[in-house]
Design a protein around this ligand. Structure first.
Ligand code: 6PG
Length: 243
């Protein structure tokens, strides 16, 4: 496997700018090669600022947004109007400001039963890629302070699946159901980028990158694409415990 590439910056703002530039470069490359850019977004609080930056005047002009197709690596099992919704966050920060057409956005249908929503989302992804394997041009990921990524939480069944797809997962520590892309699906990506900032993430970063191999405890260790690198965009505070 390729070793992860670490991009460490003094401040969170510098990290966001570097990842926005990486997003632009990855989008250009994909559009030049394949005529479109398929990206799986992450949720949680960290990427909101990235999406706002991408929608800002400096970046909005640098991407052919009509060629970008948006997916979600994971979603909370809440209505799309809930403040918890990853879709709502991306819509507010990115889709609405840029006037992204609804046909370019593939969201999880959380009005369905979660297992059904997961199956339908997996089918929508397959249909999008058609005869090709489902390979996102870019998978954006966050990191929880318990070393989860997407909704691959410690000690959950989904960590053991070999299935390339989307699954429902019950997260006992949240007492909540999530819908997540599986590690085998995420690992088909052409490029993968973690966005991690803040001192609260330092221990998890150190455990994942330098700790013992134990994906049950540190699920982000499952992110190991067959092709291409994993890029870690981090601030100094998140990287402080690395050797
Ligand atoms: C989600 C995520 C999740 C997130 C991390 C980090 O829906 O919760 O996609 O994997 O990226 O929990 O979240 P923060 O950025 O809020 O710390």
């Amino acid at each position: 496997k390729n070793s992860p590439q670490l991009h460490v910056f003094p401040t969170a703002d510098a990290v966001l700018e570097a990842l926005a530039n990486f997003f632009v470069a990855t989008a250009h490359h994909a559009v030049a090669e394949r005529g479109r850019f398929a990206v799986a977004l992450s949720g949680g609080s960290s990427p909101k600022k990235l999406y706002e930056l991408l929608a800002s005047p400096t970046y909005r002009a640098r991407i052919a947004w009509e060629k970008v197709f948006f997916f979600f690596g994971d979603e909370r099992n809440v209505p799309q109007t809930s403040p918890e919704s990853n879709y709502l966050m991306a819509k507010t920060a990115l889709f609405d400001p840029l006037g992204i057409a609804p046909a370019q956005v593939f969201a999880v249908d959380t009005t369905l039963d979660p297992a059904e929503a997961a199956a339908q989302y997996g089918a929508a992804i397959e249909e999008f890629f058609g005869d090709e394997p489902a390979r996102f041009d870019l998978v954006l990921l966050g990191l929880g302070d318990n070393a989860h990524t997407a909704s691959l939480f410690p000690h959950t069944d989904v960590l053991h699946t070999q299935a390339v797809g989307v699954q429902k997962v019950f997260v006992a520590e949240l007492n909540a159901v999530r819908i997540t892309m599986t590690a085998p699906l995420l690992n088909q990506a052409r490029a993968t980028a973690f966005l991690v900032y803040g001192a609260g993430k330092a221990l998890a970063v150190q455990q994942i990158l330098e700790g013992p191999r134990d994906a049950d405890q540190y699920p982000a260790q499952l992110i190991a694409p067959g092709n291409g690198h994993v890029h870690w965009f981090m601030d100094a505070a998140a990287a402080v415990d690395l050797k």
